[in-house]
Write a protein that binds this ligand. Structure first.
Ligand SMILES: [Zn+2]
Length: 259
């Protein structure tokens, strides 16, 4: 991959990533609504789900339109959920921060790709308890290619990490199918490709935070909590983001103790 810093300074790539993130976030809000309902992503045009008012170009600007209209539809005045600008801002931040941290490099782009893909994965998993193949599989393939391009001499490392993480969750799914879905197995593939050995602390954090919530629900709801289904994807996402920044340090700390 060419050195993008010779073309433009870092801040330029960070701003570009943020703008692209805003646009993608806007697309994700539409996708999170329509995809699980098997509606087309392109038609009908974006509209108020209350009154059918079709959004004009000036009403489609991420975050700004919502702020200027004070969170209301121009047609009927119905409240527009703050979830929309929140998803757009989160996507922008998750696109820009990895580029700012790791630079506009192949590994920086792989990190940004994973972080951005986690947004629709978490939103759709929370709402519908599924992780769409159409997001997670292409993201895993492209991320793997980027990470291999960043360090072709050690191409096998991300491959082993991706296969190992997905294989581990697949075994858990086989023996304890109630705990997670095959979508989580595919998400582990993406995480392993991007995180390498740091996927180990990422999975550890996911299981730890997931178990803590399980204990909290047992304390609050008693045995009824056993029947409450909680998606595992959001916990994997938390683990992935924590490990993206602190995972290598965690792995290094542990390796030092062993050595
Ligand atoms: Zn309306």
């Amino acid at each position: 991959m060419p050195d993008l810093l010779t073309i433009a300074p870092l801040w330029y790539w960070v701003v570009m990533a943020a703008l692209l993130g805003l646009a993608l976030g806007s697309f994700f809000t539409v996708m999170a609504w329509r995809w699980p309902r098997e509606e087309s992503l392109s038609t009908p045009r974006s509209h108020c789900t209350g009154c059918g008012h079709v959004l004009g170009p000036h009403e489609l600007v991420p975050v700004l339109s919502w702020a200027i209209q004070r969170g209301r539809c121009r047609g009927c005045g119905a409240r527009v959920s703050a979830r929309y600008p929140a998803i757009e801002l989160a996507t922008a931040a998750l696109a820009a921060i990895p580029v700012a941290t790791f630079g506009p490099t192949a590994s920086g782009l792989a990190a940004a790709l994973m972080a951005v893909a986690l947004v629709p994965i978490v939103v759709i998993d929370l709402q519908h308890r599924l992780i769409p193949d159409v997001i997670v599989l292409p993201a895993a393939a492209v991320a793997l290619a980027l990470v291999i391009a960043a360090d072709p001499g050690r191409w096998w490392q991300p491959v082993v990490a991706a296969a190992g993480a997905a294989g581990f969750l697949f075994l858990l799914w086989l023996f304890y199918p109630g705990g997670m879905g095959l979508g989580d197995v595919k998400l582990a593939l993406l995480m392993g490709a991007v995180l390498g050995t740091a996927v180990i602390p990422a999975l550890g954090i996911a299981f730890l935070t997931g178990s803590l919530l399980g204990v909290a629900m047992l304390l609050r709801h008693g045995s009824a909590a056993r029947k409450m289904a909680v998606p595992f994807g959001p916990f994997l996402a938390v683990g992935a983001l924590v490990a993206l920044w602190w995972g290598p340090a965690m792995v290094g700390w542990y390796a030092d103790r062993l050595g």
